[in-house]
Design a binder for this molecule. Structure first.
Ligand SMILES: Cc1cc2nc3c(=O)[nH]c(=O)nc-3n(C[C@H](O)[C@H](O)[C@H](O)COP(=O)(O)O)c2cc1C
Length: 328
């Protein structure tokens, strides 16, 4: 399995809904690939029911577009979520059939709509089911199964929760170093990673541990991993506006022209490759790429009005020709 072939420390792409889709991954792959790519999370129940209700074959299921990837986006792990072992079994088999390199189960998402279904972070409160779900996924294909979760629900509970996960023997566990209750409001607590590593070493040393939360860039990732003693780090928001991050670049290392070109490429990629979604989804990328220079706010506001890639490109072309944000 691919996890065994990674040299340590390794640095991986975080799964991010409405961010790490095929077009964004293409942007990153071209500029410096992570050691592992991740999809956005996909509802296992959604995959199943869309197919059942519409009596369609897997290949006709519109949700399948969320599981599209290109060959230079490997190794790639598909992240799924469900509180139903049957749905996890169905989605894992599907993901295996599609040629993914691994399957990851989300046990950390704090979104109320997800938690109401007993999924995401709610799984932390249901350790028996969490173990069952991991084991079911392991049983239905040869794909390595990993888990992404948090350090606890209302309070840090690594002794209990991490032990439960380790006992199910996943290939890797990513720990977002905050509790569910903390959401993203406090800094990630990398000190806890040391505790996690010592639990892992005692309970199941074969499981890889990946730290997540507030990693700024490769240098910061290396330092955090070295200090904590884990195997790798996962980068989320550090990728915003910086698809060069896995190549070791910091945001200030790239010119504005390169950033605007990357944004344009992303917009066209989004139209061509991504599942059909509102162009407004690109707003968070516009905010991230168009920042920290004189007139950025003005240009950003203009770009936010773009309804497609051609309009975005036209606004940027006007900006670049005039070289000044006062053009409008
Ligand atoms: C816009 C957005 C979407 C996210 N979507 C997912 C997701 O689909 N699955 C998941 O496990 N975590 C998701 N997360 C959490 C990130 O993967 C990561 O754990 C979190 O951002 C902390 O890492 P960072 O500080 O490096 O960003 C998302 C976070 C953000 C900001």
């Amino acid at each position: 399995m691919f996890w065994d072939t990674l040299s340590k420390p390794f640095f991986v792409m975080a799964p991010m809904a409405d961010v790490t889709d095929i077009a964004f991954r293409a942007l990153v792959a071209k500029r410096g690939a992570p050691d592992v790519f991740w999809t956005e999370f996909v509802s296992a129940d959604g995959l199943y029911h869309t197919r059942e209700i519409q009596k369609m074959r897997d290949a006709e299921n519109p949700l399948m577009r969320e599981l599209a990837f290109e060959e230079n986006q490997r190794p790639i792990v598909a992240q799924i979520f469900s509180s139903s072992p049957e749905m996890i079994a169905y989605a894992t088999k599907l993901v295996a059939k599609l040629g993914f390199d691994g399957v990851d189960i989300n046990m950390g998402c704090p979104d109320r709509a997800i938690e109401r279904q007993g999924c995401g972070a709610a799984m932390i409160k249901n350790p028996k089911l969490a173990q069952e779900i991991i084991r079911v996924a392991q049983g239905v294909s040869d794909l390595p199964v990993s888990v992404k979760t948090r350090v606890g629900y209302n309070k840090e509970s690594l002794d209990e929760w991490l032990t439960v996960l380790l006992e199910a023997n996943p290939a890797a566990i990513t720990l977002h170093l905050r509790t569910r209750k903390e959401m993203s409001r406090v800094p990630a607590d990398w000190e806890l990673m040391k505790k996690a590593v010592s639990i892992r070493n005692k309970v199941n040393p074969r499981v890889l541990l990946i730290g997540n939360g507030d990693v700024q860039d490769l240098e910061d990732g290396r330092a955090k991993v070295a200090e904590a003693g884990c195997d790798g780090a996962m980068f989320g928001r550090a990728m915003f506006g910086n698809p060069w991050v896995f190549a070791g670049k910091k945001s200030e290392d790239t010119s504005l022209a390169e950033k605007l070109a990357a944004l344009t490429e992303l917009a066209y990629g989004f139209e061509k490759l991504s599942p059909p979604k509102n162009f407004a989804i690109l707003k968070k990328h516009i905010k991230a790429f168009v920042t920290s220079f004189d007139g950025a706010a003005h240009l950003r506001a203009k770009l936010m009005e773009a309804e497609n890639a051609a309009e975005l490109e036209a606004i940027l072309a006007l900006y670049c020709r005039n070289g000044t944000p006062e053009f409008i």
